[in-house]
Write a protein that binds this ligand. Structure first.
Ligand code: IPD
Ligand code: CA
Ligand code: CA
Ligand code: CA
Length: 266
């Protein structure tokens, strides 16, 4: 078995095992605490799930490093070697309030290049996955390549925060786009929003601040299908620092970037 096939088989096994533990936790009372502000929530399950992955990865691959949201992994300043970028529960607020609409997200990178991507919707038992160069899948079904959609027929995911006064973007920047698209949505899990861009349920996803673990898995999957995952200037994301993220179908990415985000006149 090739190195990446073996890592892929292990990652899928660990995702299923972690998913079973998360589902079993629905029976128990959660311990919820806050991080940077009263709406920035974390639970014992976020922490236990991250620790579970780190233990499995370090047992099997002692030389791989882990970059995880809850901080149990390594201090990451460069992406040299093989780095697993992990969000144990993406959509913690949904996990706590809804017991659905959350996912485990994992990206495995070698020297900064995405090799494997996973987004696991635990409740629906839907695993979105891709190996760079070998196609992307939802469970066992191949996901078709993405094709261009015009803005007028696009469904774009964005949070209402970004069209009300906020500290990250002039809130009127996105008003013309919101007016011109067919519809807007917001799901509260960046990883699932990227999975929905990958499967064409959404045409684009725009947000002002994500951390690498929010998009590391989804970026591999969306790019494998011909989509683009960049910042709002259309530049590469650095996978170490937080930044705005714009994930989109090919063609539509250029249209939204130039006409709406960079506001270039024709
Ligand atoms: C959050 C979710 C949310 C996004 C936030 C993220 P978390 O991740 O992806 O949709 O808007 O920026 O921090 O904290 O639930 O893993
Ligand atoms: Ca969080
Ligand atoms: Ca997250
Ligand atoms: Ca998280």
């Amino acid at each position: 078995m090739s190195q990446w096939k073996e890592i892929d088989a292990n990652a899928k096994k660990w995702l299923k095992e972690a998913g079973e533990s998360i589902k079993a936790s629905f029976e128990n009372k959660l311990s919820v605490t806050t991080k940077s502000n009263p709406n920035d929530l974390v639970t014992n399950i976020d922490k236990e799930t991250e620790q579970y992955f780190i233990q499995q990865i370090k047992n099997s691959y002692p030389d791989h490093r882990v970059f995880g949201e809850e901080g149990f992994g390594d201090e990451i300043e460069t992406l040299d070697g093989i780095v697993w970028i992990i969000d144990p529960i993406d959509g913690t607020m949904n996990f706590i309030h809804q017991q659905r609409n959350f996912a485990i997200s994992i990206g495995v990178y070698k020297n900064g290049k995405g090799k494997l991507g996973y987004i696991y919707d635990v409740v629906l038992d839907e695993l979105y996955h891709a190996e760079a160069g070998s196609g992307a899948f939802l469970n066992d079904a191949a996901i078709p390549k993405l094709e261009k959609t015009p803005v007028s027929k696009a469904i774009v995911s964005l949070n209402a925060t970004w069209v009300t006064p906020n500290k990250r973007i002039d809130h009127q920047t996105l008003t013309p786009l919101v007016k011109d698209v067919r519809g807007t949505r917001s799901y509260g899990s960046a990883a699932l929003e990227l999975a929905y861009v990958a499967t064409g349920r959404l045409d684009a996803y725009i947000t002002m601040r994500l951390s690498p673990w929010d998009y590391a898995g989804g970026k591999v999957i969306v790019e494998e299908l011909g989509g683009k995952v960049t910042n709002l200037e259309g530049e590469e994301l650095d996978l170490i620092n937080p930044s705005p993220v714009f994930a989109c179908k090919p063609g539509l990415h250029e249209e939204i970037l130039h006409k709406y985000l960079l506001n270039e006149k024709k």
